[in-house]
Write a protein that binds this ligand. Structure first.
Ligand code: F6R
Ligand code: MG
Ligand code: MG
Length: 384
């Protein structure tokens, strides 16, 4: 058992109320009972049961380190209990994210999303848990870049000696299952070369270079790739430590004042703006969206989670919400056309291939305008 504290966030969609818009209070209650029992037995120090849209989030503190089978099983069992309730109430897509039949030691690869970090608790330990619905883990690429590598967002990178040494990004190639570490600011352009491809490269963690302290950790699960067919999106979670050598709370929240475009809206098949919301308003109803992000702030005291504070419940994010609605209007007018709808290669795991397969037999060899068969040597865009 470690003297360090472990912060574990695990989340899953175990059934929607109504459709894919929210978590039912009885589902949350059944998860809460499981974690309460575990806290009474001393298996965890503290917990919080949170949500965004249709995703049930569990946050736990303990001293068992990351990837601990007992902690992961506890979350899995809580989700199973939630699923039972969801089945009884016939909530929508009950048990959606529990892809495996039986627990096998770690929730990674089984459906739920998981972000964890281990650290020695500081004199004061402010942490933000960002939770997003209707998008994938690439949604964190832009905000993480701005928090930890962009001085126009985070003046601490320039004026706080404890941050001036920069941060190291761990970037996962979700397709190949490989990881690369890039040190800011030297590798800035390389980092951007990767992070711009939000569907493939995702940030798994960020460390402070001066001392290797963990600064941020994100869930990087890609449900579609795990399941091999479309079973929902990843709807990621992100942990960020703040203040005293890490981004100030306001520096960590600031990137979300720009509602950047993410993929995952309606049927996991559309691009849309990521709207920062209070927890009470994070219920995606318009065209099952637009995608939402909430920020739950905590002070951690000897493992106790003091909070949450609902950090986007602030009129200073009204403009971002208004902009997000304007972008949503604009994109919706494209209907089924790109770039609102995702490009065809990103639709591989949706039901679109089934529709296209039925069309295939109706395709015939195309004739060129002069009646000849198309040349095999034709180059891209027809220009040689
Ligand atoms: C789910 C989501 C929704 C669903 C849509 C269709 O997180 O993004 O937009 O994809 O409601 O759901 P089904 O296919 O279950 O009817
Ligand atoms: Mg759902
Ligand atoms: Mg969801």
């Amino acid at each position: 058992m470690s003297t360090k504290l472990t912060l574990t966030a695990i989340k899953a969609d175990v059934g929607g109320f109504v459709g894919h818009t929210a978590v039912h209070p009885e589902v949350a209650e059944s998860c809460r009972r499981r974690l309460e029992e575990a806290r009474e037995k001393g298996r965890i120090l503290d917990f919080e049961v949170g949500e965004v849209g249709d995703d049930q989030h569990l946050l736990m503190t303990h001293r068992r380190g990351v990837d601990d089978p007992e902690i992961h099983r506890l979350a899995w069992d809580a989700f199973l209990a939630g699923t039972e309730v969801a089945r009884r109430l016939k909530l929508y897509a009950a048990g959606q994210d529990l892809l495996a039949d039986a627990f096998s030691g770690n929730v990674r690869g089984m459906g739920p999303g998981c972000a964890e970090m281990e650290f020695v608790e500081r004199k004061s330990e402010p942490v933000i848990v960002f939770r997003a619905d209707k998008c994938g883990p690439g949604a964190w690429n832009l905000p993480l870049f701005r928090m930890f590598a962009d001085a126009f967002n985070t003046p601490g990178l320039v004026i706080d000696p404890a941050m001036h040494g920069g941060f190291t990004f761990f970037v996962l190639d979700a397709l190949e299952g490989k990881e690369v570490t890039l040190a800011m600011p030297e590798d800035l352009y390389d980092l951007l070369a990767l992070l711009g491809s939000t569907g493939r490269y995702v940030v798994s963690k960020v460390l402070r270079r001066a001392d290797g302290e963990i600064a941020a950790a994100a869930s990087t699960q890609k449900l579609a790739l795990i399941a091999g067919k479309y079973v929902g999106k990843d709807d990621p979670v992100l942990l960020v430590r703040c203040q005293s050598g890490f981004p100030a709370v306001g520096e960590a929240l600031e990137p979300f004042a720009f509602p950047h475009t993410v993929s995952g809206w309606m049927r996991g098949s559309h691009n849309g703006p990521l709207m920062p919301c209070s927890v009470a308003t994070a219920h995606p109803t318009r065209f099952d969206g637009p995608p939402r992000v909430v920020a739950a702030g905590f002070q951690i005291a000897e493992g106790r989670l003091v909070g949450p504070r609902d950090l986007f419940d602030d009129p200073s994010f009204d403009r971002a919400r208004q902009t997000a609605n304007e972008i949503a209007d604009y994109l919706r007018r494209h209907g089924p056309f790109e770039p609102h709808r995702l490009p065809e290669k990103d639709m591989e795991y949706t039901t679109l291939p089934q529709v296209l397969a039925r069309l295939r037999s109706r395709f015939a060899a195309a004739k060129e305008s002069n009646g000849r068969a198309p040349s095999a040597k034709r180059t891209r865009a027809g220009v040689s």
